[in-house]
Design a protein around this ligand. Structure first.
Ligand code: DGL
Length: 290
């Protein structure tokens, strides 16, 4: 079987599957491993220093055990904070996911755009810099949604999503000013595209929802094209190419049957990351609060 590049796609939960889905579509030759740090979910509630240390420690294990050719941080909350430290620590390329403020600012007609993200992402300096660099001509509303990512997790686990909760989370993203209305909402958390139907149903008026997954998959393809054959893409001995693709979870708890089904639909067998050095599964402390 052909030895395509091994791509590790990482998120705090199931949100990164929206990126994996696109990577699957665009990069059919690649072998994908998905890692969900569900023991650490939600990342949106972590303090910054603790989250950096936690993600670096987890990647020490992931890189050692999985030997990926490239890592994709399919999580805005982590990417807007941890990418420089990951790139400094590990030699393989890291592709991140950051709020798609630039395309929203280029496409808006009303000049009113909103960024729907976790409470962590809206606070980041990185997000502020994107707004300064690319959206100076726009009125940008940042909305830190405390519960939307958990609602997306619940949906994939087969639970019913309460439309009232969705409405309450997205309401501040819809602004009216001098006869103009918000016309673009950036989905700056990879979980949110999983709720696209619910978001559209709860919206007070039609907007364009910007999901960056396709652009991220293209970026992965570009980075892979730049890696030299025989260089970063050489397989390590014993690293069998073309094996079953897996979705590994850090928390050792039973996954809901609908989630297992969704993973299988993406060609992924669910499993756990091997217990860490302290007997935990990679997230011994859990979220560190606000
Ligand atoms: N999927 C993650 C993101 O893109 C966040 C979910 C969480 O709070 O852990 O930001």
């Amino acid at each position: 079987m052909a030895a395509g590049p091994h791509i590790l796609i990482f998120d705090s939960g199931v949100g990164g599957l929206t990126v994996l889905r696109e990577a699957r579509r665009q990069l059919a030759h690649a072998r994908l491993t998905y890692v969900a740090d569900n023991a650490g979910f939600p990342y949106g509630a972590w303090q910054e220093d603790a989250l950096v240390a936690h993600v670096i420690a987890l990647f020490e294990r992931l890189v050692g055990e999985l030997n990926p050719d490239i890592c994709v941080i399919a999580c805005n909350t982590a990417s807007t904070l941890v990418l420089p430290a990951l790139r400094a620590r590990f030699s393989m390329p890291f592709v991140g996911t950051v709020p798609a403020i630039k395309p929203a600012a280029e496409r808006t007609r009303s000049g009113l755009i909103s960024v729907l993200a976790t409470p962590g992402t809206v606070k980041r300096d990185y997000t502020g810099a994107l707004i300064r660099d690319f959206a100076g001509h726009c009125e940008v509303t940042l909305v830190g949604a405390a519960n939307l990512a958990a609602l997306a997790e619940a949906k994939l686990a087969g639970e019913k999503v309460d439309p009232g909760m969705v409405r309450a989370e997205i309401e501040p993203a819809f602004r009216e000013m001098d006869g103009r209305r918000t016309d673009h909402v950036v989905l700056a958390c990879t979980h949110y595209p999983l709720l696209l139907d619910e978001l559209a149903a709860a919206a007070p008026w039609d907007v364009a929802w910007i999901d960056p997954a396709a652009a991220i998959a293209r970026r992965i393809g570009d980075v892979l094209a730049d890696l030299k054959p025989g260089g970063a893409l050489a397989r390590a001995p014993g690293d069998a190419p073309g094996g079953a693709e897996r979705a590994l979870f850090t928390a050792r708890r039973e996954l809901a049957a609908p989630l297992r089904g969704a993973l299988l639909g993406l060609g992924l067998e669910a499993g756990n990351l091997a217990p860490g050095p302290q007997g935990g599964a990679g997230a011994p402390q859990g979220p560190a609060g606000n």
